[in-house]
Design a protein around this ligand. Sequence first.
Ligand code: KG4
Ligand code: ZN
Length: 346
Amino acid sequence: MNDPISLPSARILGIESSCDETAAAIVENGRIQLASVVATQIDLHAKYGGVFPEVASRQHILSIFPVVDQALSQAHLTLNDVDAIAVTRGPGLAGSLVVGMNMAKGLALAVDLPLIGVNHLEGHIYSAWVYSGDVFQPPSEPQFPILALLVSGGHTELNLVVGHLNYRRLGGTLDDAAGEAFDKVARLLNLPYPGGPSIQKSALTGNPEAFSFPRARMEGTWNFSFSGLKTAVLRVVRDYEEKSIPLPVEDLAASFQAAVVDTLLTKTMNAAREFKAKEILVAGGVSANRALRTAFLSQTEFPINIPALSLCTDNAVMIASAGYFRFMMGQRDLLDIDVFPTWPLS
Ligand code: KG4
Ligand code: ZN
């Protein structure tokens, strides 16, 4: 596909509701964020220690209309100024996906706009090239092949991005996703949901070398495994509890975080060398982690692209951005499409 700058201009309305954020955004030419609204349900799910699917779907129903409305007014646009509607089709929670999908279908029908179903993981990848205004300079154009590390609450995988919308999956986690490990370990340490930001905060005052936690190397594959690490943390927690010694929460958080970052960095670097990548891209909720960003930004072997912080966790900018490239490729979906709760990128 051509450089997007030479492609015809288009404004895409993006809608995202795959998990616990209801989001809408408008993106121009796949790269320029004009508006972004995210209604998070974190407070609603915090008391359950994780996402409660039925509560999530019902909250999406309440939020979806105001969120889309706010995105349009933030951009000072109406639906008549939009060229297509992109919506997350999967992967995610079925009951949550359906809400965004039905909103997108309703709008597409009402104003006769093309409907484009987008893969949430593809969205995370495309978030890395969007200029959100949060940083000084727009990200540079992609240089293929790109080694992409996707790290979120539901996924941890390595993909080779061969060209626009063209992926080769190299491997992924065999058990917990990295974000899921953060969330589960946070629960063990009595830190609030979502675990990633709480562990990051607690780790600030901890010693990352206090505990030597395992780094599963999974030699000879591009896979990950985080269940052994989680069990190792559990063993230490039980040990302290049995001896009635107060938990060194900060040290545990810092040592756990260091083990995750080290595991992700080592495998990604090895894959980038093996597949002669021109750059590395890290995206998904866990890419918001400061220690992870610092580790990747400190290596000098490959150019590195990590989305602006506001685009790491779930948002609709990423869906509108990926939707633009799909729109330009000619994708048009019918109004009877279903959602895909499970939907691999390749
Ligand atoms: O991409 P995302 O918003 O939703 C999914 O597609 O899953 O990722 C959410 C995950 C959660 O597991 C959350 O704990 C993690 O991203 N996360 C973080 C941080 N911020 C969010 N993990 C580590 N450090 C963070 N700062
Ligand atoms: Zn996500």
